[in-house]
Design a protein around this ligand. Structure first.
Ligand SMILES: C[S@@+](CC[C@H](N)C(=O)[O-])C[C@H]1O[C@@H](n2cnc3c(N)ncnc32)[C@H](O)[C@@H]1O
Ligand code: SF4
Ligand code: SF4
Length: 362
């Protein structure tokens, strides 16, 4: 019963936040970050083929006290959703203290992990923390996943992590994050079957190329999207569209073959981008970005003087205004960016989620 009341209270706060953001932007002409993402650390225990984040030479972790200060500011401004990622956030020994603090101020908190370090104690701690949603990354079945992730036992431990959280923290929603690449295309539908049979959700996205950082490890293999068989991608997408456990919008899924083919006919890619008007992204050094990709991973803003002051500053507003002309989602077709842009403002939600005839669904 308590859980239902908590869920309802969070849902009401999220709905109120959504209404407040629309009023603030379209009537009062003032933006605030409705959503925020944290790359808490760049450290990682894996060596995934497609990921270069763990090779970022800036290997520090955002201290809890700095995180709390940012969360206080976000809560004051009206943020309703926070996602904690990395690097691998479970490498941070007191990660649950971050979750507990975020949950004390923000209605919805998500954590993204490769699952390897998620023990029984962590699962019990997750239940106590009130974490709303956990994303566990799984790209393929068994040893194929291990090979992509550069870690023996990665698949078994990710599946084990899901089972532990289901057992000890049933109120935490679980989503399997899957990156579609030339290396796992043949496994995607079987993996989708497995995910559905476990009673959890799945969110997919195509692989894109991370930037090359100074001093990066020589073995980072930038994925060659052109290696992919587009007709196979189309068949996989058709299978995914039938799965209730897949949480992507049909619009997003239907864009994936175009992305791999290098064709961008779809209209979200031509629309002015307002992502930085409803989101703030934080890196492990405490810097804030209106969009890390749009800013080419450089030039974050120091927010120690107060987030609100920076967010409403002339310099930041000019930056946000410049980014309306950014079209980098075509290259970095990220589920976090594109799906949120398909949802906000709510006119986009209606336009892109109910246009079934345009999406080729009827
Ligand atoms: C960078 S990881 C950080 C969290 C955690 N270490 C994990 O792997 O889940 C966040 C998400 O980005 C995905 N990812 C990594 N490299 C990617 C790439 N080149 N293209 C698309 N997604 C990628 C991961 O699979 C994961 O779901
Ligand atoms: S995708 Fe996640 S687990 Fe893999 S190297 Fe990147 S940060 Fe680490
Ligand atoms: S177009 Fe995409 S990459 Fe560019 S600012 Fe918008 S969300 Fe970021």
């Amino acid at each position: 019963m308590n859980r239902i009341i908590t869920l309802n209270r969070s849902s009401v706060r999220i709905a109120a936040g959504l209404v407040r953001w629309h009023i603030s932007r379209y009537l009062l002409r003032r933006d605030f970050p409705l959503l925020a993402t944290f790359q808490l650390t760049n450290k990682c225990n894996f060596d995934c083929r497609m990921c270069n984040i763990k090779n970022n030479p800036r290997q520090d972790t955002l201290p809890l006290e700095d995180f709390k200060r940012i969360i206080d500011d976000l809560a004051e401004m009206g943020t309703v959703f926070v996602s904690l990622s990395g690097g691998e956030p479970l490498l941070i020994k007191n990660i649950l203290d971050y979750v507990i603090y975020a949950k004390s101020k923000i209605p919805f908190v998500n954590l993204v992990t490769n699952g390897y370090l998620l023990s029984e104690d962590t699962a019990v701690g997750i239940a106590k923390s009130g974490l709303d949603s956990l994303s566990v990354s799984i790209d393929a079945l068994g040893v194929k996943h291990d090979a992509i992730r550069g870690a023996v036992g990665a698949f078994d431990r990710a599946i084990g992590a899901i089972k532990l959280v289901k057992k000890h923290s049933p109120a935490t929603g679980i989503t399997v994050n899957t990156v579609i690449s030339p290396w796992n295309l043949d496994d995607i539908l079987a993996l989708a079957e497995l995910v559905a049979s476990m009673g959890v959700l799945q969110k997919l996205q195509p692989v894109y190329v991370h930037p090359e950082f100074n001093g990066q490890a020589a073995n980072y293999q930038a994925p060659k999207a052109q290696e992919i068989d587009i007709s196979k991608v189309k068949a996989v997408i058709a299978g995914l569209l039938k799965k209730k456990s897949v949480s992507n919008s049909a619009y997003f899924l239907n864009c994936i073959p175009d992305f791999f083919a290098g064709e961008f006919k779809k209209d979200i890619f031509e629309q002015d981008c307002i992502y930085p008007s409803f989101c703030a992204e934080f890196t492990q050094d405490g810097l804030m970005y209106p969009c890390i990709v749009g800013k080419d991973w450089t030039g974050g803003y120091d927010v120690r003087e107060g987030l609100k002051k920076v967010f409403s500053s002339r310099q930041y507003r000019d930056e946000v205004s410049r980014l309306t002309k950014c079209r980098l989602c075509r290259k970095n077709f990220s589920v976090c960016y594109v799906e949120t842009r398909l949802t906000l403002p709510l006119t986009n939600f209606v336009r892109y989620n109910f246009n079934f005839w345009k999406q080729g669904l009827i």
